[in-house]
Write a protein that binds this ligand. Structure first.
Ligand code: UD1
Length: 371
């Protein structure tokens, strides 16, 4: 291992699932721009499709992953175990000085756990977020990853407060802002040059953009039925664009609701979109309706109204300062709220502190000082 002040630092950046790619892209770039760091991307293969993975590497101008573990889908235990077994081998061969993980997916948990047991320091980007809801797999992944990481990089004040309340020593914690917003700032102009609005025949601010994939919403028949009713109610008033996550599409099939979904007039049911097309659709939407984590933050930065169909959020700054509102999966309430937002026009709100396009550089500078 190469160590000591000023000596080179080899970093393995872990990506696994779709929401990881736009976080690691700016980090890899910032590491590469720094003379001390050698940056490698390890893709666990938790997501593996062209549309859930490959297109993001091209659009975000990332190199092909240096290492690909090909773990694929499975139960939580299967997926986590496969990542752990494969990543243990990677550590033995690559001998990195640091493992960097982002977010809260199973690959985040698996790789941090393997690294810490091999005595390789772990940096967790997007640390400290808590929904308080331990029925979410992501919440368990966040709690465990934070508790074993050496460097915790935080996006919003609630994360600082949560880590302090959990007794994490201050020296490990850095308030740096949001690397996902770094990617948004970098690629916003390029997204504006996509033709997605014209391709779909949509006017700016005329449509609802929808995404849904949380197990709590789509793995239950009642949840999926409520989603169908919501889509019907919203599409009765204006176009609804719905790039559908594979999990959600599978569930519509499993519960025998696919025909009713396809029959909704004014619903643009799309395959999962690339980063640039989705960014463009978000920026120009009248309102976004979602159960995603990251979209709450992106809409806050873009000042686009967002309804999040969950009971809680691990990103409270998007409500306190941003454009986000929580709402139960109640079709009539959602339809009423969406109709009301339309009359209010563009949302207000402010970008949270340090969501400025420079979070990755702050992380690299902090690591340069500490390693
Ligand atoms: C995972 C993350 C979630 C994140 C989401 C973003 C965990 C615990 N969950 O959930 O936090 O918000 O990614 O998408 O890590 N599939 C494909 N192609 C792919 C990947 C998956 O078709 O490239 C299908 C498979 O049928 C799979 C299903 O989608 O069974 C769900 O994928 P999975 O990786 O289990 O979890 P996500 O719901 O995507």
């Amino acid at each position: 291992m190469i160590r000591g002040n000023g000596s080179p630092v080899k970093v393995l950046n872990v990506v696994g699932a779709r929401p990881n790619f736009m976080k690691v892209a700016p980090l890899h770039r910032a590491f590469e721009a720094h003379p001390r760091f050698v940056s490698r991307i390890v893709h666990t293969g938790q997501h593996y499709d062209e549309r859930m993975s490959d297109i993001f590497f091209r659009q975000l101008e990332m190199p092909e992953p240096h290492l690909y573990l090909g773990v694929g889908s499975g139960t939580h235990a299967e997926q986590t175990a496969r990542v752990m077994t494969a990543f243990e081998q990677v550590l033995a061969e690559e001998r990195p000085d640091l493992v960097l993980v982002v977010g809260d997916v199973n690959s985040t948990l698996a790789c941090s756990l393997v690294a810490v047991k091999q005595h390789v320091p772990v940096a967790h980007v997007e640390a400290g977020l808590r929904s308080g809801d331990r029925s979410m797999p992501e919440e368990i992944n966040r709690i465990v990853t934070d508790s074993i990481s050496d460097f915790l990089f935080v996006t919003e004040q609630s994360g600082m407060d949560n880590l302090a309340a959990e007794g994490v020593p201050k020296e490990k914690v850095f308030f740096v802002g949001n690397v996902m917003i770094d990617a948004l700032v970098q690629f916003r102009e390029k997204a504006a040059r996509t033709t997605i609005l014209d391709d779909l025949g949509l006017d700016p601010a005329s449509y609802v953009l929808m995404t849904m994939h949380r197990p709590a919403n789509v793995d239950r028949e009642e949840g999926l039925a409520a989603l169908l009713e919501t889509l019907e109610a919203l599409a009765a008033r204006r176009p609804v664009v719905f790039p559908i996550h594979p999990r959600t599409r599978n569930r519509f099939g499993d519960f025998g609701m696919a025909d009713r979904l396809e029959a909704i007039a004014n619903l643009r049911l799309l395959e999962p979109l690339g980063y640039l097309e989705f960014l463009r659709l978000m920026e120009q939407a009248a309102v976004v309706v979602t159960d995603s984590g990251g979209i709450q933050e992106e809409t806050t930065f873009l000042k686009v109204p967002c309804l999040t169909l969950r009971e809680n959020t691990e990103r409270p700054v998007t409500i306190d300062q941003g454009t986000n509102e929580l709402m139960p999966l109640d079709p009539a309430r959602i339809a009423r709220r969406v109709a009301a937002i339309r009359t209010n026009g563009r949302a207000h709100g402010a970008a949270p502190p340090l969501w400025d396009g420079h979070a990755a550089r702050r992380i690299v500078d902090a690591l340069d000082t500490r390693l």
